[in-house]
Design a binder for this molecule. Structure first.
Ligand code: UDP
Length: 371
């Protein structure tokens, strides 16, 4: 007889939600993680009184009430609203694309003038956009594409905008109002005390083993449980039998600075193609520059984010959901369906560019189905 009902491989959001629900329903659950900490890429670590987003900025946002209510059981969320700034060769623009952006770009002072300018510029795209470049120009025109999209996107994805799928840019809102809230979301915020604390609360009472590479001890761990929830990379699970799926990886250079305010905002995107990093995160602004006791934090911590093509041994962050990779993924997916004991989930398990709330929604859906 197996010792556990469920073995959950990976303690990121998908794994943590599933484990929490399964445990709550009286199942015996074991969570393992390759890393020496829980919480996957939402992991935060407190340094100098600041919760540092060790694997990049994570701003929780959702329109899904069920997801919002679910996650609020494990953390209180602050009122942080993401409004990143774009730095193009020293010129600063408001993001996402809104009236402040259009005013700075063209001097237009009202929505009608802005719309007229965009109409004029987008007319160069005469058919349904076939790639990210055409999609971007048809959404906001060539000026904004050249200054705020092209460089950033090509750095982030390491591919030309013409080779990238259009859907990536559709994530960004375009507004003819003075509203620079990056997300079109009903609910938004950062968990007070950090994401690690939130995931710790989710895993309360559950056995967790860290620093364990499941793929290296698959046979042994498979005998431990009736079912396995696997949230790692799907191609890695099959030992890349059909070839590697492509991912983008990210590297962070984090510095503690002896000053209280470096850039005046949590996120500044560097949208030219010469600056080697894509963005700089100043972590303290996710919590308004205050520590857990409400005192101003005297120092600051910044992370420069560099994007690179994933290679064996790197951490995969973003699936490259272009045609070639989507096709390869569908083959792996077929193989996954034959693994009777194993369920694949999460950004890496499903090879999908999910946001945190979508990951939670998918995990809750799975729980409803099988628990
Ligand atoms: N993007 C851009 N300029 C920016 C920010 C984003 O062109 O200043 C594009 C880029 O192609 C990126 C996509 O919008 O891949 C989605 O950006 P988002 O901020 O949603 O990405 P994430 O936060 O997941 O890295």
């Amino acid at each position: 007889m197996s010792k556990y009902d469920y073995l959950v491989v990976g303690s990121g959001l998908f794994g943590a939600v599933f484990a929490q629900k399964a445990y709550q329903k009286g199942n015996k659950v074991l969570v393992i993680d390759k890393r020496r900490h829980i919480a996957g890429n939402v992991y935060t670590e407190k340094i100098e009184g600041i919760n540092v987003h060790k694997y990049g900025a994570h701003i929780f946002h959702t329109n899904n009430k069920e997801v919002w209510e679910y996650i609020n059981q494990f953390a209180e969320f602050n009122r942080f609203t993401n409004s990143p700034v774009a730095n193009y060769k020293g010129e600063l623009y408001s993001l996402p694309f809104n009236m402040y952006t259009f005013n700075k770009m063209w001097g237009v002072a009202n929505p009608e003038e802005a719309q007229k300018e965009i109409e004029k510029q987008r007319s160069e795209i005469k058919h349904k956009p076939q790639n990210l470049e055409e999609q971007a120009i048809s959404l906001v025109g060539r000026d904004i594409y050249e200054k705020l999209i092209k460089g950033y996107t090509e750095k982030q994805w390491g591919r030309e905008c013409r080779e990238l799928p259009a859907f990536i840019i559709k994530r960004l809102p375009v507004r003819f109002t003075f509203d620079n809230n990056y997300f079109n979301a009903l609910y938004q915020g950062i968990p007070v005390g950090g994401y690690t604390k939130m995931v710790l609360n989710m895993l309360e009472g559950i056995e967790v083993r860290l620093g364990i590479d499941y793929l290296e001890q698959k046979e042994e761990y498979n005998t431990l449980a009736d079912k396995i929830i696997y949230t790692g990379a799907i191609d890695a699970y099959f030992n890349y039998a059909l070839g590697c799926l492509q991912y983008r990886s990210v590297r962070f250079e984090t510095e503690v600075l002896e000053q209280s305010n470096y850039q005046g905002n949590a996120a500044v995107n560097y949208t030219d193609c010469e600056t080697p990093w894509t963005r700089i995160i100043e972590h303290k602004w996710f919590e308004f520059g205050k520590d857990e006791f409400g005192f101003e934090v005297p120092k600051t911590i910044i992370s420069k984010e560099y994007s690179s093509e994933w290679k064996l041994g790197d951490e995969p962050y973003y699936p490259v959901n272009d045609e070639k990779n989507s096709l390869l993924y569908s083959k792996y997916k077929k193989m996954a369906e034959d693994e009777e004991k194993v369920i694949f989930g999460g950004r890496l398990g499903e090879y999908k560019y999910y946001d945190m709330d979508q990951v939670i929604a998918k995990a809750l859906e799975l729980c409803r189905k099988i628990l």
